[in-house]
Design a protein. Structure first.
Length: 715
């Protein structure tokens, strides 16, 4: 969760990137625009520039993991445009986004590509009166802007610029309005002052920029006191998330909206909001009789105290994000990315207990050196961290004086002046603690204490679940590692290499396996396979299949017989899991390879002259389906200099790319430098696989080059 300091220096392409967003918004007529950057070596997108909204509304998505179910993450990961044509479309495909922005809008997200990688992404929003599809002209503008954005970020990274934003995103100013003549401006002001209807203007941040006397009288406050303030913060009787929610709805959807409010003791007022790209015009009128008959009042939102609707939606977004986390690392990242923007702490730390000591499992807003001084503290120490965890009671300190009074030995970090120490309790037992620190003194009113304590409960449950997941994952990983060969045997005349890449985020260990078997001085066997599933059962079955294949290969069975016998064994075991497998027997003296497959992707051959091809094999039935299945053996030339690539389907099955296209890309990778060693080819294929979209399956590679008597290179 800790973000290391940037290793790159130099200015990022600020004005140029701003111009890309401005052109995209202007050229497509979008009401809202956001630019994300993907710093080198990172797996998370960061907002760099926004247009049409304030950063607070976009804060839940200030930092997005590439694995998050968010449109821009999908667009960047899969290198494609994502289009959402309605609120229903948003809710169906991206429920987390729909929960936090339950408004009517259309959305497009597109990547910033350049060369073999993506450098960021673009997000655009339109009101619902936009046609249900993007026009060719709009798609053209998006394509051009994305190409420009990718080139800018690629060039900036090449000259050592720091792409990570670190601070608040830049906000583009709203479009210029026609400048009125002095007499026209005076007449408009006089009109607004004279009209008996209350009216005021809000900027996109919700702050009052103008209010006439009629509106000030209706809300019961002086106009001068309200200028520059948000109505729901300046007027106690409007301190309700509903009112801020209507403002957010107007800004995001660019549609008129309305609500009613009761000004104590008994005066009902109707508020009509009319938004555009520069702000919101508000009409305020008194109501008589039953207000529900004149203005429909939206469903009321639960009160959350300080933070209003923004805090409520942040809390909802965090809860949704926590349900999608897998391991402990995912939990701490989600907490830091969502809680810091919502509740404004300058620092956050998550701690747990291991062997009687506090252990820091993640932090944000602290130096590593400071957290190292906390890590490993004994549970006998007289510190608020220890007391919070052992007593299970939250502690709030509104100033450093309060903290020092309770704990004279307390260490102050920087100029922090307020702290919240919250126990993380799941199923009645402590699993850790969370510390929030603030730069300025803070009163921590009861409502805020309650919501922070509830939030700690959500985090505790997610953290407890994540620790169980990590334990199970580690067990499966250990099992699979034990079952795969630690090294490949050295076979005279063969140059060999193997690689294994786990699947993407959230996947458990899989059942991919490979093996190389030395049969005699001039013969070797190779196998590769993939057991259905990603769990302990798949890993265990993988070990059984590999052992069976190894035994039959050592006995000298033909490839078709090896698969048939292994298939009968699996059918007898009734594992309820199916397995693909490819087996090859390599005759180095006869310069030939004999192969058979049970539903496995065909191997690829790199010929000595640089040509590549996929070996055509009769597909065969997966192992474990029919005990009577027969398999066919195919013989292919295997002269010196030939490279044979055996792989699992994770190498050629990526989202948004057809298998034929993906296989062609792998062949191009092999042919790009045909004289590489097997190890060098393996490294190139790993780089190729990791540049592709997030994989949903593991990747196993076994590369074998007939090296004309050169000793093999075990890996």
């Amino acid at each position: 969760m800790h973000r290391p300091g940037p290793s790159m220096a130099g200015p990022a392409p600020g004005p140029e990137l701003d111009a890309v967003l401005a052109e995209a918004v202007r050229g497509t007529g979008a009401s809202v625009g956001l630019v994300y950057v993907l710093p080198p070596g990172e797996r998370a997108l960061e907002i760099a520039v926004v247009s049409g909204v304030v950063p607070q509304i976009a804060a839940p998505w200030a930092r997005i993991s590439l694995d998050d179910p968010i449109p821009v993450a999908d667009a960047v990961r899969e290198r494609r445009l994502v289009w959402l044509s309605s609120q229903e479309d948003v809710a169906r495909r991206y429920p987390r986004l729909g929960v936090v922005l339950p408004y009517d809008f259309m959305l497009a997200a597109a990547p910033f590509p350049h060369g073999t990688r993506v450098w960021g992404g673009l997000v655009l929003l339109w009101p619902t009166w936009h046609p249900p599809e993007l026009s060719p002209q709009e798609r053209g503008v998006i394509d051009v802007c994305c190409v420009r954005g990718g080139a800018l970020l690629h060039e900036a990274a090449g000259r050592g610029a720091r792409l990570s934003t670190g601070d608040e995103p830049r906000v583009l100013p709203p479009p210029d309005a026609p400048e009125p003549e002095p007499e026209e401006a005076r007449a408009a002001l006089d009109f607004a002052r004279r009209i008996p209807v209350g009216c005021c203007a809000l900027d996109l941040d919700g702050r009052i920029t103008f209010i006439n006397s009629a509106a000030a009288d209706l809300v019961g406050a002086g106009g001068a006191a309200l200028l520059g303030a948000r109505p729901w913060e300046a007027l106690l009787w409007m301190n309700d998330p509903l009112f801020e929610d209507r403002y957010r709805a107007a800004v995001v959807s660019r549609r008129p909206t309305a609500f009613t409010a009761l000004r104590p003791p008994d005066r009902w007022l109707a508020f009509h909001l009319y938004p555009d790209d520069r702000g919101i015009s508000v009409q305020i009128t008194p109501l008589t009789g039953d207000p529900g008959r004149e203005v429909a009042e939206p469903e009321r939102l639960p009160s959350v105290g300080p933070g209003g609707a923004g805090a409520l939606y942040h809390l909802t977004h965090l809860a949704a994000a926590l349900t999608e986390t897998a391991g402990v690392g995912d939990v701490v990242e989600a907490v830091a990315d969502q809680l810091v923007p919502a509740f404004g702490p300058s620092g956050l730390a998550l701690l747990t207990v291991e062997e009687g000591r506090l252990r820091v499992i993640g932090h944000r807003g602290y130096s590593s050196e400071f957290m190292d001084s906390v890590d490993g503290s004994p549970l006998t120490a007289q510190t608020p961290n220890v007391h919070t965890l052992t007593d299970g009671v939250p502690s709030f300190f509104g100033s450093f004086e309060e903290l020092r009074s309770a704990y004279p030995g307390a260490v102050r970090y920087a100029e922090r002046d307020a702290w919240a120490f919250l126990p993380l309790i799941a199923s009645g037992r402590p699993v850790g603690s969370m510390v929030l620190s603030y730069d300025h003194a803070r009163p921590f009113p009861p409502a805020e204490r309650a919501i922070l304590t509830s939030l700690a409960g959500l985090i505790a449950q997610a953290l407890d679940r994540a620790r169980l997941y990590d334990t199970k994952h580690q067990l499966a990983h250990t099992l699979q590692t034990a079952l795969l060969p630690r090294s490949l045997p050295g076979v005279p005349g063969l140059d060999v290499a193997a690689r294994y890449l786990p699947a993407g985020h959230g996947m458990e260990i899989g059942g991919d396996f490979y093996d190389l078997i030395r049969c005699d001085d001039t013969t070797a066997a190779a196998t590769i396979g993939d057991v259905q599933g990603h769990n302990i059962q798949a890993a265990a079955l993988m070990g059984q299949v590999r052992t069976a294949v190894h035994a039959h290969a050592t006995a000298g069975a033909a490839p078709s017989d090896v698969l048939a016998r292994t298939n009968r064994l699996l059918s007898d075991l009734e594992p309820d899991l199916f397995t693909s497998c490819l087996f090859a027997r390599l005759d180095l003296a006869g310069h030939r390879a004999r192969m058979a497959t049970a539903g496995h992707p065909p191997p690829l051959i790199l010929h000595p002259d640089g040509r590549t091809e996929a070996v055509e094999l009769p597909p065969g039935l997966l192992l474990g389906i029919d005990p009577h299945s027969a398999y066919s053996t195919v013989e292919v030339p295997f002269p010196p200099g030939t490279l044979l690539l055996l792989h699992t389907d994770g190498l050629v099955e990526t989202a948004g790319t057809g298998i034929d296209e993906a296989t062609a890309a792998v062949r191009d990778c092999l042919a790009r430098a045909p004289d590489r060693t097997a190890d060098e080819h393996a490294d190139a294929l790993v780089r190729h696989a990791t540049r592709a979209a997030t994989r949903s399956d593991d990747v196993a590679l076994l590369l074998i080059r007939h090296a004309s008597g050169t000793p093999g290179q075990p890996r």
